[in-house]
Design a protein around this ligand. Structure first.
Ligand code: BDR
Ligand code: CA
Length: 340
C-alpha cells in the first residue's frame, strides 16, 4: 500500500504519521507539508522529527505552498501548541528537507506509478489543489484519495458551520471537489468529516493501554486532576512524546467543554487510507462555500441528487471507534516496543 501523505502537523496529523510508520504493509512514499495548524516550515520540521523518532529517516519530506490560495493563512497554536505537537519537544531531525517542491513531487510520483498511489490529505487542500492544476489527470492516476475535511449536517469546529481544513483554504477545497465531479465511484475521494471523526475520541485509558502495549515500566497516567502541562516520564521515547502531545490535546478539548478527550480526526483518515478501519460511505455532491462571509468553508453534501450534479465524494457515514483504538494501541505499541 503506497501512500503519499500531505499534512499540517498538528497533533492528530502526528498520530496519523506515527500510525502509518507502524504499519508494515504501508510504503510511505513521501510526506508533504501544508500550512494550516502551523506554518509549512514548522509542519515540515515536525514531519522530519517524527519520521526520525519512528526510525524512518528515509522518507522524503517536502514543502509546497506557504499560504492558502486566496485568503491569508491562519494557524491554531491554541489547539495544537506553539509548535503543533502539544507539550512534546522532539529532538530536531539530523537531516534537512528534500529540495523538491510538494506540487512537483505529487505530480511526478503519480505519473511514475499510475494506479498505485493512495493520496492521504489531512490538511487544508492547498498543495493538492495546486497539484490538480498542474496535472488534471490526478484523479485517474491515483489509486485512491482519502481526505480529512468538512462537516455535513453537523456543527463545525472552527465556525458554527465550518471544519478547520475546509475553512483555512476554502478555495482549494472547492477546486478539489470540482476536479472529482463525474469520476466513477471507486475514484471519488473518501471523505472523513467531523460527524464521524469526532467519534474517534481518544481518552486517557488509551494512553495507558498504549504504554502497556509498548512495555513501559510504569503505568502512564494522564489524568484530568493533574496539573496542566505535566510532562511524561514514560520509559519508552515514542510513548513519552505521544503522551506529551495528547495531554495538550486533552486540555484543549476540555477548554471547549468537550471533556478530557481528544478527537484524533487524522489518525482515523490514515487508518481508512491504510485499509485497516471499517467505514461505510455515501456518495454525494459536495459544495464548499467561498463567498458568504459567515459561511466561508462551510461544506454541504447533496446526497439525493437535488442539484442534478454528478457525485464528487464518498462521505464516511459510519465507523467503529472501539476497533480504531484497539488497532492504534496494538500497532503503535508494537512500533514503540521495537524502538525502545
Ligand atoms: C482537522 O483540523 C486540524 O486541526 C486537524 O489536524 C484535522 O486535520 C480537524 O478539523
Ligand atoms: Ca491536520
Amino acid at each position: 500500500m503506497a501512500i503519499l501523505l500531505d499534512c499540517d502537523t498538528g497533533i492528530d496529523d502526528a498520530l496519523a504519521l506515527i500510525y502509518l510508520c507502524s504499519q508494515p504493509h504501508v510504503e510511505l512514499v513521501a510526506v508533504t507539508s501544508t500550512p494550516g495548524n502551523v506554518d509549512a516550515a514548522q509542519a515540515a520540521r515536525n514531519n522530519l522529527a517524527l519520521l526520525e523518532l519512528c526510525g524512518r529517516p528515509d522518507v522524503p519530506v517536502v514543502i509546497g505552498a506557504s499560504s492558502p490560495l486566496r485568503v491569508p493563512l491562519v494557524t491554531t497554536p491554541e489547539t495544537h501548541g506553539p509548535q503543533g505537537i502539544g507539550y512534546a519537544e522532539l529532538p530536531p531531525a539530523r537531516r534537512t528537507l528534500d529540495a523538491r517542491d510538494a506540487v512537483e513531487l505529487w505530480v511526478e510520483a503519480a505519473r511514475a506509478r499510475p494506479g498505485e498511489l493512495t493520496a492521504l490529505l489531512t490538511a487544508p487542500l492547498t498543495n493538492f489543489a495546486l497539484a490538480l492544476r498542474a496535472e488534471p489527470r490526478l484523479p485517474e492516476l491515483l489509486r485512491r484519495t482519502v481526505i480529512m475535511g468538512g462537516s455535513y449536517y453537523y456543527q463545525g469546529n472552527t465556525t458554527p458551520t465550518a471544519e478547520w481544513n475546509a475553512h483555512v483554504d476554502p478555495h482549494a477545497a472547492a477546486e478539489v471537489f470540482a476536479a472529482f465531479a463525474g469520476q466513477p465511484e471507486e475514484r471519488l475521494p473518501t471523505v472523513c468529516a467531523l460527524e464521524t471523526t469526532e467519534r474517534i475520541e481518544l481518552r486517557p485509558e488509551h494512553v495507558a493501554a498504549l504504554a502497556e502495549a509498548a512495555g513501559c515500566a510504569d503505568p502512564e497516567l494522564v489524568l484530568p486532576e493533574q496539573p496542566e502541562g505535566l510532562r511524561s516520564r514514560a520509559s519508552n521515547g515514542l510513548v513519552r512524546h505521544v503522551s506529551d502531545m495528547l495531554r495538550f490535546y486533552f486540555e484543549f478539548h476540555r477548554g471547549y467543554d468537550q471533556g478530557y478527550v481528544a478527537h484524533v480526526h487524522d489518525y482515523f483518515a490514515a487508518s481508512v487510507a491504510a485499509g485497516t478501519a471499517y467505514c461505510a460511505t455515501r456518495t454525494a455532491s459536495v459544495h464548499v462555500e467561498t463567498e458568504a462571509p459567515r459561511l466561508m468553508g462551510t461544506t454541504v453534501a447533496d446526497y439525493r441528487g437535488l442539484w442534478g450534479e454528478p457525485p464528487n465524494a464518498r462521505i464516511v457515514s459510519d465507523n467503529r471507534p472501539d476497533e480504531s483504538f484497539a488497532e492504534f494501541v496494538r500497532s503503535v505499541g508494537a512500533l514503540a516496543r521495537t524502538l525502545g
